[in-house]
Design a binder for this molecule. Structure first.
Ligand code: ATP
Length: 372
């Protein structure tokens, strides 16, 4: 059965440094929750406190309705996967997975045959039964992490905690393992919390994402919520590429310098406006306000830097929308901002940038201008 985890007012200091500042969080039974944040934001500290590997200075952790046993990870029945494969080098894959079962108290220990059966079933679950007799040194990084997960599952954990489980793997293997973990979690339905500093990983894998900064929660929400409705400028900036534009609001218009780039429902005075590169449309226009500074092709996208009212703005265009008419570096373009988030100096609350009703054609670039 899946267990809920309630985290209430958890604080932790290391000397004068506040690593966690009164964290409140509910992990729902069976969900896959990501702790996302930059280096040093407190993700690992929180995970270790949930696991019982560290003790908080203040606060309480409940598993279901019970106080989490304060002693060991084993008592908490927590499966923990570390970033660096913590497999025992001198043991085969089989023995690594069996370890948690062999060290149980005598009364709870399974027979040899039961252990063998269980390990076999777990290895089948992670599709690595053919590696049972190998040693960790004879496995790839991805295989080692799958075995580490398998070992964590052997004790039939109440919850699974994963600390940057794919952190040291290359990009392709990371992506494969993400898909694999998502599927495995769907099959097992065990309450799981994983730590990552990779926003793409968090958004792709998790049911909900907790964004941490300097030991505090900035926002909790589904991937779609945190991406589309960021609670703070920090969250918006952290969740993907963006342009930060110093603007001001006047008569309902959002002005970059003297150039209107959108509308605002309320507010007046200075505001920071964030616009993602894919939310900008360029049109060829000899009298347009934008100047193409740089254009290059990166896989399925063209990346264009446009100078606009004194700011350099990054724009991405799907490569198949780039027709062969062409705007080269040094050409002028008009610019339409389709979406953005406004953080006015006051009132404090953020709001959506509303697009101006401009007739804009897509910018066309000649292949040579984008390095094709
Ligand atoms: P990363 O992604 O780099 O692992 P993180 O978000 O997981 O970062 P934590 O490892 O939780 O961050 O650390 C939070 C802060 O607490 C950091 O400033 C770190 O230096 C500090 N810290 C963590 N563990 C200790 C410790 N045992 N002693 C002293 N300071 C610590």
């Amino acid at each position: 059965m899946s267990t809920a985890i309630s985290i209430k007012g958890i604080s932790k200091r290391f000397g004068a440094h506040v690593a966690l500042d009164s964290i409140d969080l509910q992990v729902r039974p069976g969900e896959l929750l990501a702790l996302l944040g930059p280096s040093g934001s407190g993700k690992t500290t929180l995970l270790r406190i949930i696991a019982g590997l560290d003790t908080p200075d203040a606060g309480q952790i409940l598993f279901g309705d019970e106080d989490a046993p304060i002693h060991t990870m084993r008592e908490r029945r927590v499966g923990f996967v570390f970033q660096h494969y913590a497999l025992f080098r001198h043991m085969t894959v089989f023995e690594n997975v069996a370890f948690g079962l062999r060290v149980r108290k005598r009364a709870q220990r399974l027979s040899q045959a039961e252990i063998a059966q269980r390990v076999q079933r777990l290895l089948e679950l992670v599709q690595l039964e053919w590696l049972a007799d190998r040693y960790p040194a004879q496995l790839s990084g991805g295989q080692r992490q799958r075995i580490a997960l398998c070992r964590a599952l052997a004790i039939d954990p109440r919850m699974l905690l994963l600390d940057e489980p794919f952190g040291v793997l290359d990009a392709k293997v990371r992506k494969e393992l993400r898909r694999w973990l998502r599927q495995l979690h769907r099959n097992l339905n065990v309450t799981s919390v994983f730590v990552t500093h990779d926003q793409e990983e968090a958004l792709e894998l998790a049911d909900r994402v907790v964004v941490l900064s300097s030991g505090r929660i900035e926002q909790i929400g589904t991937p779609a919520e945190v991406y589309a409705q960021p609670a703070s400028a920090f969250v918006h900036e952290f969740l993907g590429e963006t342009n930060r534009l110093e603007c001001h609001i006047e008569h309902g218009f959002v002005l970059l310098g003297a150039l209107p780039i959108g509308r605002a429902e309320r507010g007046i005075g200075s505001a920071v406006v964030y616009v993602r590169p894919q939310d900008i449309v360029l049109s060829r226009d000899a009298s347009g306000p934008g100047l193409v500074r740089h254009a290059r092709r990166t896989g399925p996208l063209a990346r264009v830097v446009v100078e606009l009212a004194g700011s350099n703005v990054d724009v991405t265009i799907p490569i198949d929308s780039v027709a062969p008419l062409g705007a080269r570096e040094g050409d002028r373009v008009s610019v339409q901002v389709r979406a953005g988030v406004i953080f006015p100096a006051s009132p404090v609350e953020s709001m959506k940038l509303l697009p101006l009703d401009l007739q804009g054609r897509m910018l066309s670039l000649v292949p040579s201008a984008i390095g094709a």
